[in-house]
Design a protein around this ligand. Structure first.
Ligand code: NAP
Length: 248
């Protein structure tokens, strides 16, 4: 187990990619705070699965876009686990529309959860990592933040912003043995994708050289690697996991 003795926070861990990341980190020995927003039932199921496999986890409700709630969540992890070694900023939402039709509140909500949420968590968890001279921060962006996507100006702006945020923090935190990296998934089969019309999903699939959608567990495997000692010399990087959709 490559994460024995490590303490992790995974935001948006009740469903989809975050759920798979929480389970994978726990399987490798980390204790995990399973953050959720509205779905307590789903978060509790993740905690029970971790505990059932002999691990340790805590479900915690917080809106990451709210600085006070993000701060309280980090404090809860510190109280429960004594430290925070790994922060995975995964919580994310979409509110798609052509730019002329994006309402101010939909712009703010998408930027708030996807980008400011990560800033809030980094600000508070980063202090603990700074004191401990160790940390792994992994921000879940999207290939949409690299290539752009029609109808997703708010989402693309937030996800591109996460890449810049990661690069800046990698430079600020590097001297304290804290790595900061971005994972940019392509199309991963979760509720976010299931909720799209079938013709939109079919159009997405056409753009994937591997001719299938990704699995949450595949993203989780990359996150485990970046969180482990094996990835200790990787920082400030963006790694695509997209079946070859966007090649750079
Ligand atoms: P999902 O299935 O829709 O799950 C979203 C998760 O985020 C849920 O656990 C949800 O909590 C949580 N959440 C939403 N708003 C929150 C808030 N304000 N505070 C805290 N938690 C919040 O999404 P997913 O597909 O797994 O996506 C996970 C991440 O990967 C997102 O950042 C997404 O943008 C990114 N991504 C996904 C894909 C894809 O194809 N699926 C591709 C590229 C990038 P509740 O369950 O409590 O509502």
């Amino acid at each position: 187990m490559v994460l024995n003795g490590k303490a992790a926070i995974v935001t948006g861990a009740s469903r989809g990619i975050g759920r798979a990341i929480a389970l994978a980190l726990a399987k490798e020995g980390a204790v995990v705070l399973v953050n959720y927003h509205g779905r307590a039932d789903a978060a509790n199921e993740v905690v029970e699965a971790i505990q059932g496999a002999g691990g340790r986890a805590l479900a915690y409700q917080a809106d990451v876009a709210n600085p006070a709630e993000a701060q309280a969540m980090v404090k809860a992890a510190q109280t429960e686990f004594g430290k925070v070694d790994i922060l995975v900023n995964n919580a994310g939402i979409t509110s798609d529309n052509l730019v002329f039709r994006i309402k101010d509140e939909d712009w703010d909500a998408v930027i708030g959860t996807n980008l400011k949420g990560a800033f809030n968590c980094i600000k508070y968890a980063g202090r603990i990592m700074f004191r401990n001279h160790f940390g792994r921060i992994i921000n879940i962006s999207s290939v949409a933040g690299i290539a752009g996507n029609s109808g997703q100006a708010n989402y693309c702006a937030a996800k591109a912003g996460l890449i810049g945020l990661s690069r800046a923090i990698a430079k600020e935190f590097g001297s304290r043995n804290i790595t900061v990296n971005t994972v940019a998934p392509g199309v991963i089969y979760t509720d976010m994708i299931r909720s799209l019309p079938e013709n939109v999903r079919e159009n997405m699939l056409v753009q994937v050289p591997l001719k299938r959608f990704g699995r949450p567990e595949e993203v989780a495997g990359l996150v485990v690697y970046l969180a482990s000692e094996l990835a200790g010399y990787i920082t400030g990087q963006t790694i695509n996991i997209d079946g070859g959709m966007v090649c750079m």
